[in-house]
Design a protein. Structure first.
Length: 137
């Protein structure tokens, strides 16, 4: 049984629907609940929930940034060329413009964060199982 099962129902905000729109950019199953629907706001804000072992592909935010507010479970964040960082509820990650990175759940835990994103993501290669295992040891 995975740790932090309560995350699948949403800790603060509901987990949302299966993230079909971005499924091609994830290894494993994620869920997305968009939280802001205001055309005058130039950032996206969404609750992203990851099943155990799920992670997104390497990606870069162009002409913007991303702020992750971890609200539940356990996960990982890694910038290219740096060691992966273990994440838990209460952690905050800021990814600056042009930084190649990935984030996702620990292999044995659900994981949830609010993503505040400006600019456009450039989706890159998946994080292979081998790279994920190596990064998250």
């Amino acid at each position: 049984m995975a740790k932090h099962e309560e995350v699948k129902n949403g800790v603060i905000f509901p987990a949302g629907e299966k993230n079909e729109a971005f499924a091609q950019y994830f290894v494993g199953q994620s869920y997305l609940n968009p939280l802001v629907f205001d055309s005058k706001v130039s950032v996206g804000v969404g609750n992203v929930t990851f099943e155990p072992g799920c992670r997104n592909n390497w990606h870069i935010h162009r002409d913007g940034y991303q702020i992750l507010l971890v609200t539940g479970g356990e996960g990982w964040y890694q910038e290219e060329g740096k060691p992966a960082q273990f994440l838990k509820a209460g952690d905050v990650v800021v990814t600056h413009d042009g930084v190649k990175h990935w984030h996702g759940a620990a292999k044995d835990s659900w994981f949830e964060h609010i993503a505040i994103t400006a600019g456009k993501p450039e989706w890159l290669e998946p994080v292979s199982d081998e790279a994920y295992e190596k990064a998250t040891k």
